[in-house]
Design a protein. Sequence first.
Length: 395
Amino acid sequence: MSRALAPAVAAGASCPAARAVSYAGLGVIGLYIALVGPALGDLSRRTGASLGDTGALFTAIFGASMVSTYLAGRAVDRYGFRAPAALGLAINGLGLLLIPLARSYPALLGAGIVTGTGDGALVVVAHVLVAAASPGREAAALNRLNVMFGVGAIGGPALGAALRLAGVSPLPLFALYGGAQLVLAALILFSRLPAHGARHQPDAHGAPALRRAGLLWLLAALLLVYVGVEVGVGGWAFTYARESAGLGGAAATLLSSGFWAALTAGRLLSPLALRRLSPAGLLLLSAAISAAGSVLLVLGGSSAVLVSAGILTAGLGFGPVWPVAFAISARAFPATVGSASGILASLSAVGALGIPWAQGQILDSGGPAAGIMVTVAGCAVLIALAEATRRQVRR
């Protein structure tokens, strides 16, 4: 973090409201991202699009965030936290309010674009704020922040399942979550965060150094694959469980919630693992565990027990990857932490932009077994990138 921005960071670190909003905002993102998969059937019927095409809602959300994360990172480095945080929350809330109102496929994709634009800005601001406030403890701090995403992701499908058992569509939950983000946007405007960070000229060597940084691009590639595979498993777990293992709708929705519970458990356990492992070592271990889960999915076939075990194991492995990668970046690029975080988040959205959609198309045409192979291939690539990152950090 540059010296000129240090006062804004210090103010953010000492502002309880800012930290509370960061945690709450990530929790709401978890709530609605985990709900998208179980809600795809309802959205398909409402818009008249096929199930596979409706999965492009993931593409719309993450495609929009690909742009906003990069811009938000640059804005944080130059202007501070308040404006990017409030704007991101407000736009995200508006998009969520529009999702249950969509009656056509184009309207649904438009709502996804608005949602993702705010989502991306909020994610970057929250991660930069928490990382900058925890020097030397970035990995543990960011894992705690992302536990809130996991808590929301557990609750999203669980609430959806409760509504389904009551015979009610889960779509109104999107509007509820949108209202929550608008309330958080108002809170951040009245927080003690400075209205603007100290304006400064960017480090003349910062941008070129980032573009030449092999470690940054390794982390970006790793997150690109990771986010695509993670969202693919979490988003399509409901369909896997129903079509492959024959689970009922409520049980499959609860298994989707279990995936995010396992992911959250992985993040809760990360600070303990970091006592014995380096952040890069934990990345490699996490990739190996997620790969073991994908193998269980392949071996599971029609076995509800093995399919469930595979989904939960994959979630446990996926948990630490995102926060640990951001922590490695924050420690490696302290003078341009906002821009580096924006690059990571922007390129990670490329994976979420295409992989879940492609997985849905493959699953729709080839069945659950074909769709699961996308997860297996992604986990294999994730192991290779984690090992390359570990070697780069050691050098």
